[in-house]
Design a protein around this ligand. Sequence first.
Ligand code: HEM
Length: 114
Amino acid sequence: MPLLDEATGYKLYWSTNSTHRDPAYFPEPEKFDPRRFEGNGPAPYTFVPFGGGPRMCPGKEYARLEILVFMHNLVKRFKFEKLIQDEKIVVNPLPIPDKGLPVRLHPHKASAMS
Ligand code: HEM
């Protein structure tokens, strides 16, 4: 989301990634800790994967539901095996796994493929 500063002509780029890793709002930001979303969750405008304010993503609830159903079915049916154990995360400008996070899925039961 580049912003143009009219006075200087500079463009500023604010990335959600930097806010999401700000220890002032997310203690130990590198730690996987789903409990940080319990109760009232993060302070307003600090966790903004779908943006915020009047131009916020209108597909937010649809996307959340779709991802929930998709992940539910994957986790229920398969065990995940990471193929690259120490894969780096690159930030360019959004954080993504360097090699695309290849995984192998192993069915929990033979019937899982049906
Ligand atoms: C994981 C899925 C998705 C993510 C992370 C995401 C994220 C975002 C973000 C960050 C914005 C910019 C918000 C802002 O400027 O404050 C946005 C805008 C938008 N998104 Fe999504 N989105 C997702 C899925 C979807 C889906 C499924 C749809 C439609 C079915 C959708 C439609 C839109 C539209 C139309 C805008 C532009 C809104 C505007 O400029 O007024 N998005 N999205």
